[in-house]
Write a protein of this length. Sequence first.
Length: 317
Amino acid sequence: MKQFTSVHDVTNIDALVAEALSLKQNPYADQQLGKNKMMGLVFLNPSLRTRMSTQKAALNLGMNAMVLNIDKEGWALELQDGAIMNGTTVEHIREAAAVLGQYVDVIGVRSFPGLKNRGEDYSETIFNKFVEFCGVPVVSLESATRHPLQSLADLITITELKTVERPKVVLTWAPHIKPLPQAVPNSFAEWMCRADVDFVITHPKGYELSTQFTEGATITHNQSEALKNADFVYVKNWSAYEPYGEMPGLGTYDDWMLTNKSMQNTNNAKVMHCLPVRRNLELSDEILDGSHSAIIHEAGNRVWAAQAVLKQILQGL
Ligand code: AN0
Ligand code: CP
């Protein structure tokens, strides 16, 4: 694998999931593969799971890992080509990315969308500049439009926990108080549309995702209809794609938060969420603390997702 920025970088999804599950059984078998190799983890935004799980995955493979919270610890970055840098920015992304590439063999980058300019976010301006200038393989730690390491961990979790051959997986929108990216649902949809599952998306009117990610999914505005016979319910808030970054009907969809009652017509479904989750806004205490939740297990699988991806990248160096 040359890079991991979306599902399109993966030749065989099933083989990658199988690799992750085998690494979970035997985490230290490839310590020689990463010997004297350096992983760089560069964050322009906060993280708990992605940072810790990817660092752990690198160490399991025998790599070393360095983390840079570039938004707080680095120089203020200029992103504009041709800029006359007489303002607040100190270093251009062209130099910053190229220099990082001198120190590491693989680089992970997290860069959230601004949610103001759809064209800019959906062309992945910042993330793609790292890819262009760093000169080493890049792993997405969540870009403006996708979070593939999360989606891979989600597919691993579904593969492990499914009780029927072809499970029904429902992605449901949940309430929130501030606009969040579409990266997690975009990416989840993109992976589920390629997996052996019956995939349904449900959200209030106005929260349609870009169709480039949802091709092949069944989409409905009726949450309780969608939840019927579900084996997995994937909960996530996202802001609107059109009008971009807005929250149409804010405050009127509070009943989209799942409770035990919402789960009654499911096939005793497992509930998933990428985390961080706002309790009793996005998801109720009773779901998070009850037997439906697969959320902590899912977060644990982030290590094996990252390790499977890093292993394939190391094999291609
Ligand atoms: C981010 C998001 O929704 O994309 C990160 C999730 C992994 N979540 C928040 O900003 C709360
Ligand atoms: N799910 C996830 O990516 O979590 P972090 O933002 O804490 O890394």
